[in-house]
Design a protein around this ligand. Sequence first.
Ligand SMILES: Cc1ncc(COP(=O)(O)O)c(C=O)c1O
Length: 372
Amino acid sequence: MIRIAQPDIGEAERDAVMRVLESGQIASGPRVRELEEAFARDVSHTREAIAVSNGTAALHVALLAHDVGPGHEVVTTPFTFQATANMVLAIGARPVFVDVREDGNIDPALVEAAITPRTKALLPVHLYGRLCEMEALCDIARRHNLPIIEDSAQAHGAEVAGKRAGNFGTACFSFYATKNMTSGEGGMVTTDDPQLAARLRRLRSHGESERYSSIEVGFNYRMTDIAAAIGLVQLDRLGEFTEPRRVNAAYLSEKLRGVAVPPEPVEPLGHVWHQYAVRVPDGRRNELIAWLRERGVESAVHYPRILPDHPLYQGLGYDGDAYPVARRLASEVLSLPVHHRLSRADLDQVVDAVNSWAESLEALKQAPAVQS
Ligand SMILES: Cc1ncc(COP(=O)(O)O)c(C=O)c1O
């Protein structure tokens, strides 16, 4: 079976973990600091990076560090992994959803109308690894004096006009096992603001200003040196993972028939292809999923429902009809394998499987009607 995701943990990662285990320093220590420095320098291009235990924790502390709390609103997308908006709810604030564009990212043209005196931050998500239209979003944020918190969980290294995901405000990354780089579980918050960074470090560890002296409520969201050791090797290999994704995406877009391929990014570097999501209209998605599985190709739906349709959000006063583009995407998107471990033969197997399905539909359409 050609898998939709295949983490690549090699000898270098294993050696790095063994060295940590043998050092006796297995909790948060020098490897975590090294990973923070390397990530800020090589991935987000920010002054600061603060490692945490996962991407959800990153969102949690980022929102708190911007003093978002009860009575506040955060403008975000209804078409994302639920961690994004769930963390807004977790701190007692309200996610205000704005519909997306056909590429799946929040539509900047709709953001301004969603801003109220209660709005405390904008929380765009670089869905599937495609950078949002940040120039327009930054312009809105500036005019309304609002911070941007980027959910960059899927967008390690995405870049437009020389500016990286993670570099437009405060940003949250995930190193979950299937992400473009992993530490098993892990996350990172990035910022250029040293004061905010100090607060994020505090929130990560019990709100301590110094050892055994809490000045605010914080958590244990620390990353271990074991995870950081894996993350450091993966960071070194990030280009080796990302470039083939771009090549594979271009190949799929050229060869696939019968499904709508994802729009091209504005610049080639503007997308790191964490997911390659085609669109399958007319309610035929489940049919295609089964067809692919029979032909040895795994696929996945990111995501099958918009956030206001989750039971958690029902009864919270959202108008389910207000997000028509997101709703259509949720019913049509299908992620196909695009990761760096696919060979050309694997890609051809994916293409043949999709195209043979499209041809079978064509054949059905052209079959003469049965005489009654
Ligand atoms: C868009 C998005 N936001 C947040 C998260 C949460 O990250 P994590 O799973 O590391 O907590 C993820 C990943 O799972 C994600 O894809």
